[in-house]
Design a protein. Structure first.
Length: 225
């Protein structure tokens, strides 16, 4: 198995390049480059795999053997189990809360109200009803169901940008071209790692949030309803 960090570091030093120069050319933060060179891999991460490929391509090294070694490190390990368990717990708690609210509101709206019996004087003084007049019974109030909550993001880039997206536990990654617009929809959360955050603008549920970051290049953002 190839030593990933040692291979990349030796080639970088051979080409007399600094970590900062690599970061400028790849748009990868120096922190991640140093973690890769030190082989600080705790679990398999699609972002790190993409960084290894980008780093190797810049140095002119064939990336696939390095990626094969990276996958081999976690061949026997599950992919981020804690994160999946936390997501499942959050979903179950949300369902329980919604069910409790539904039954409480239903009981409150349709609970019978106590009626007061009229006194004998009120009965005697009340006008007689017309036998031929039709009486319209009172209708219970109509309760409109709550609209389901969710997340609707519209992303637009003024320069080509790489994005890694996790929507309710489903992960994908893609490039957003200059002037291109992308719409993402989620129910519980949308997590995005922006590879060129200074050039991506976000609109969430109709509200313009503006540019993702005015300073940082690589930014992780989580959106919730």
């Amino acid at each position: 198995m190839i030593d990933i960090g040692k291979t990349l570091k030796e080639e970088r030093e051979k080409q007399k390049l600094t970590i900062e120069e690599i970061a400028d050319k790849t748009l990868i933060r120096p922190y991640y480059l140093e973690e890769i060179e030190n082989n600080n891999f705790h679990y398999y991460d699609g972002f790190i795999a993409a960084y290894i490929r980008k780093y190797a391509n810049l140095l002119g090294i064939e990336a696939e053997p390095l990626l094969a070694s990276y996958r081999e490190l976690f061949k026997e390990k599950p992919l981020e189990p804690k994160r999946k368990n936390v997501t499942l717990i959050i979903i179950l708690i949300s369902i329980c809360v919604l069910l409790i609210l539904f039954f409480v509101l239903k009981r409150f709206v349709y609970a019978p109200q106590p009626t007061q019996q009229p006194s004998q004087s009120e009965v005697n003084n009340s006008p007689q009803e017309n036998p031929g007049e039709e009486i319209t019974p009172l209708q219970p109030p109509i309760v409109e169901p709550q609209k389901p909550s969710g997340i609707d993001l519209v992303l637009k880039a003024d320069q080509k940008s790489w994005l890694g997206v996790d929507i309710d536990g489903v992960y994908s990654q893609f490039f957003l071209g200059q002037g291109e617009t992308k719409e993402l929809k989620g129910k519980n959360y949308i997590k995005i790692r922006y590879g060129n955050a200074k050039h991506v603008f976000v609109t969430k549920n109709g509200t313009n949030l503006g540019v993702v970051s005015a300073t940082d290049t690589v930014v992780d953002v989580e959106y919730k309803p």
